[in-house]
Design a protein around this ligand. Sequence first.
Ligand SMILES: [Zn+2]
Length: 128
Amino acid sequence: MPSFSPKSEARLSTCHPDLQAVCRELIKQYDFSVLCGRRNKAEQDAAFAAGNSRLKYPQSKHNAKPSLAVDIAPYPIDWSNLARFREMLCRFDALARLMLERGEIESEFEYGADWARLKDYPHIEIKS
Ligand SMILES: [Zn+2]
């Protein structure tokens, strides 16, 4: 059974409990890395400067405490294989719907892969 690396675990622990809950179920059936949880001001400034975020601190859902967004990627990471990202997101979404139905979480999620422009495949955020 796959499990989180210490880095993934540390990043995930900065996220909202519902994001954590779904990720902790998903890792049992699908190996993936947590690339980013909460970003503090310095980290958001760096992400903005690098073009990895379009938002300035504290507008990103990654800036909330706990983080209302998480970035995940199939392990091992292959940025050219978007089909794997879609498969991972399908699995995440199926689990999330089931867990919501069972009352194990209260949140619904939005996926950066669904955005019409500037798709952000690793990004999952809690719907506001
Ligand atoms: Zn993100």
